[in-house]
Design a protein around this ligand. Structure first.
Ligand code: BDR
Ligand code: CA
Length: 309
């Protein structure tokens, strides 16, 4: 049976690849895509989300959410994702409509309101999810679990201590981590190992006009960027989280107690992972520590290939 999911994202170059993969996966039934301010401003990520879903020809609602973090000003990642949020890629105008409904209301409508459970995949700051949990305390009953691209057990990428999606809205992240919803955190421990070499990118399916070509263009862009920063390949952050939902055995996780630092002088946005279990607190997060890189590459190739038929 297909797994019902909602994808909350801030497209975003790697978000785009993750969406292309998710829409190709027979394992997933995508109920909605929601967008949040993050890599770019809320208006831009919303337009990008609608453009991507239109380009892929999918009849799935795309709803906009928070235009800023719940308690602080927005810090975008425009230096990584460009002015439009899509790097060098220019997509045609969206054909699917802009919706009135906000992301958090759609979460509720598609889950508790319908008496159904959905898995949430988050690829951006957690502002929409926190807003939803504050507005609808019963929402937890409708969220079977959250798999998020977020955090790390050690170093950061936006600051020395913090990964971008947590750093951008740490108060929201704290609400989500404290919610009791089962969480799988696919963070830098894992995503920095999910690298694609130039040869692998070149060997991906890439018929012009397809989702495969869109993903390949983004991979090439990320490859150039990541290798300038010393990586041995294109870093697949958001695609790793989607892969972990499609094929959970690709990632190795450990249950740990995790809290989010919101007030550190140097450490705001850090996911403090109790690896040595010194607090003796119950684990609240399955922390992804490793990924089967070969298996991941195989999955990405399979998904992109499906756009060729
Ligand atoms: C995360 O930050 C964003 O810039 C990427 O899209 C990804 O979700 C990586 O830290
Ligand atoms: Ca993202």
């Amino acid at each position: 049976m297909k797994r019902p999911v909602i994808i909350d994202c801030d497209p975003g170059t790697d978000d785009t690849i993750a969406l292309v993969m998710a829409f190709a996966a027979e394992e997933l039934d995508i109920k909605a895509v929601t967008t949040v301010a993050g890599n770019q401003t809320a208006d831009k990520t919303a337009v990008n989300g609608r453009k991507i879903v239109s380009y892929l020809n999918k009849d799935v609602p795309v709803a906009q959410g928070a235009d800023k973090p719940i308690m602080r000003p927005l810090v975008t990642a425009a230096h990584v994702h460009g002015e439009s949020g899509m790097g060098p890629v220019v997509l045609p105008e969206a054909s699917i409509p802009e919706l009135e409904i906000k992301a958090w209301d759609l979460f509720y409508k598609l889950t508790v309101d319908k008496g159904e459970k959905v898995h949430l995949i988050t690829l951006g700051p957690l502002s929409n999810v926190a807003m939803a949990l504050m507005k609808y305390p019963s929402l937890q009953e409708g969220i079977e679990g959250i798999t998020m691209m977020a955090g790390s057990s050690g170093y950061g990428n936006d600051t020395p201590a913090a990964e971008y999606n947590i750093y951008a809205d740490p108060e929201a992240a704290r609400i989500v981590f404290d919610s009791g919803i089962p969480i799988t955190m696919v963070g830098l421990d894992c995503t920095h190992k999910a690298l694609l070499t130039k040869e692998e990118i070149d060997s991906m399916a890439s018929t012009p006009g397809t989702g495969a070509k869109l993903a390949q263009d983004m991979m090439n862009h990320i490859y150039g960027f990541a290798t300038r920063f010393g990586f041995d390949g294109a870093v697949m952050h958001d695609p790793s989280a989607v892969a972990a939902v499609i094929q959970p055995e690709l990632i190795k996780t450990e249950p740990y107690h995790v809290v989010v630092e919101t007030k550190g002088k140097y450490t705001t946005g850090k996911t403090v992972v109790d690896v040595m279990r010194v607090t003796k607190k119950e684990p609240n997060v399955n922390v992804a520590l490793d990924i089967d890189r070969e298996g991941f590459v195989h999955l990405v190739k399979r998904l992109l290939k499906s756009y060729e038929s």
